[in-house]
Design a protein around this ligand. Structure first.
Ligand code: IPE
Ligand code: IPE
Ligand code: MG
Length: 249
């Protein structure tokens, strides 16, 4: 059977893909299982996304793994998610390393359990010289908090006279976000059929292409990912210009 991969144009790849990995709970419920069964079955889909990205050489992949609002879930579900994260980091560290991927974390890691934080830092440190691609985990991440943090940092610089208010522009603001070292998102994918952003990368998706898939995250395959890229490549990204202007260039 033909793969969508064959239809991908390597010259027009998105540089940064971000995914809201949603629908684990519903996937489990549909099978008469507990929500946590869905989380356990989500790891394969994570691997699929990472491998697909790696195969076609997309340099930045950001995965929404745990939001700052997800702490409001039942304690046993939060515990399962943290344990799963810890186990997965341990089990997959070598694989991430051997693929040449560099791992990064965005979000407030100080509130994560000690063990998870240590394991994260360990993988981040272990992969810091890798150059084949960047895997960015959004953990205890909330975009509004990220923006407020930047505003606070910038305003104290103004107060201390390090910069003036006139120095504040989009570029300098971006440098105060967790994502300072990464390009803006080109393609945002959300699974589960929900059409919302849920406090993810609000600043960075200003001009992203958005794709909402009717697939529950544990069912997400490499082919689904490749199809997203093919669909992305059919879009004309105009950035406010007209189609004619783009064609004349
Ligand atoms: C996404 O799946 C995983 C996390 C948010 C951690 P959900 O757990 O949100 O699954 P649904 O949306 O309830 O089906
Ligand atoms: C967004 O999914 C967070 C992650 C995928 C980690 P949620 O399931 O938490 O989002 P809402 O609550 O449905 O908006
Ligand atoms: Mg959800």
């Amino acid at each position: 059977m033909k793969s969508y991969k064959e239809d991908i144009c390597p010259e027009r790849l998105p540089q940064h893909v971000a995914i809201i990995m949603d629908g684990n709970g519903r996937w489990a419920k549909a099978k008469g299982e507990k929500r946590t069964f869905g989380h356990k079955n989500a790891i394969k889909a994570v691997r699929n996304a990472i491998n697909a990205c790696n195969e076609i050489h997309i340099p930045y992949l950001t995965l929404y793994t745990f939001s700052s609002e997800n702490w409001n879930r039942p304690a046993d579900e939060v515990d399962t998610l943290m344990n799963l994260l810890s186990e997965t980091l341990l089990a997959e560290a070598e694989e991430i390393f051997s693929k040449g991927l560099r791992m990064h974390v965005i979000g407030d890691v100080t509130q994560l359990p000690e063990l998870v934080r240590e394991q994260l830092l360990n993988v981040v440190e272990m992969t810091r010289d890798n150059t084949s691609g960047n895997l960015i985990l959004a953990l205890n991440y909330g975009a509004q908090k990220e923006i407020l943090k930047a505003v606070k940092e910038i305003s104290s610089k103004v107060k201390e006279g390090i910069i003036t208010a006139d120095d504040i522009d989009e570029k300098m603001f971006s440098r105060h976000l967790y994502t300072r070292d990464f390009p803006d998102v080109d393609l945002l994918i959300r699974t589960s059929g929900e059409v919302r952003i849920s406090n993810f990368l609000l600043w960075q998706i200003a001009y992203a292409e958005l794709q909402f898939l009717d697939i529950l995250w544990p069912d997400f395959t490499k082919e689904d990912f490749f199809k997203c890229i093919v669909d992305y490549q059919t879009k004309e990204r105009r950035y406010g210009k007209t189609s004619e202007q783009l064609q004349n260039n």
